[in-house]
Design a protein around this ligand. Sequence first.
Ligand code: ATP
Length: 356
Amino acid sequence: MRVYKIACIPGDGIGQEVVPAGEAVLRVLSQTQGTFKFDFETFMWGGDWYRKHGEMMPADGLEHLKNKDAILFGSAGDPHIPDHITLWGLRLKICQGFDQYANVRPTRILPGIDAPLKRCKVEDLDWVIVRENSEGEYAGVGGRVHQGHPIEVATDVSVLTRVGVERVIRYAFKLAQSRPKKHLTVVTKSNAQRHAMVMWDEIAVQVSKEFPDVHWDKELVDAMTARMVNRPATLDTVVATNLHGDILTDLAAALAGSLGIAPTGNIDPERRYPSMFEPIHGSAFDIMGKGLANPIGTFWSCVMLLEHLGEHSAAAVLMKAIEHVTSNKSLHTGDLGGSAKTHDVTHAVCEMLKGK
Ligand code: ATP
């Protein structure tokens, strides 16, 4: 029987509640499927680790992860630690260390979810947004000198490389090709950013020639926000730079009903390293420790994890259980206007998997 080694990193805040919930669901799924098993190892890295050790994860942390088949991540963020430390010290260290250059975020309105776009039919909104995850605006290149003085200078330099752009655009074309609509929208801002984004556009044209069966179009990032709201059915697969993708995916999550539902995968398409799956929400300290967190974003991330492992039928079974549970409003958590607890939702998904 196949045994998958999974690293669990709950991180901070509600990550510590939703990751164990995800682990519980995956355990039940492996028992009911009977064809594979999971070997979980949990790493308690994050804000508390930082307070004790002065770093978000050990210096050799990636060594502990590199032989895993996948990573299930919660969230990193702590009100008492600056955001750039929590982000760069853990999540980005893993994303960059393992060259997880494609951040993939599916968005759909799940059954029973009251989404804000009143004119949008459920089938109109079925997107996968691919966000470049290794360079661009978040390359970490820049500096700050003369701090506090009137002559202070600070820069964050966006860096796009031909290799980096080509590989993520090719990944997005392949993904678009695998979906029924075979449609890709390349998000750009080459009207105002006249160097790197112009190269981005040129590379899109070049790569498109490898995929003659994929229809594609180009959209300026500002116009894209309006198109997502006004004409959602005209979109299918989308590719964007790191910053543009960051913003558009949060909009996508809100349009689909709640931050608590949306999943993401940080993928190394070449499979040199483990890929990492996580709900898109943050640590949500306002509700932590109360059992109020919606675990659906984590469960959907587990679906993505299973698909990445090639366990497609198990992934479909879990997705069906998730949709069954979201369609029942008495199982909605506070973020969806309900009063169910993390445990209620987790229990309901597990019972559904057991066929009860
Ligand atoms: P961070 O600083 O780590 O990004 P945050 O608390 O600023 O985290 P989010 O966690 O992304 O921001 O979410 C904002 C708010 O949405 C939270 O304060 C919380 O009330 C709500 N929320 C987010 N995720 C969930 C969830 N899974 N279940 C229920 N409510 C959620």
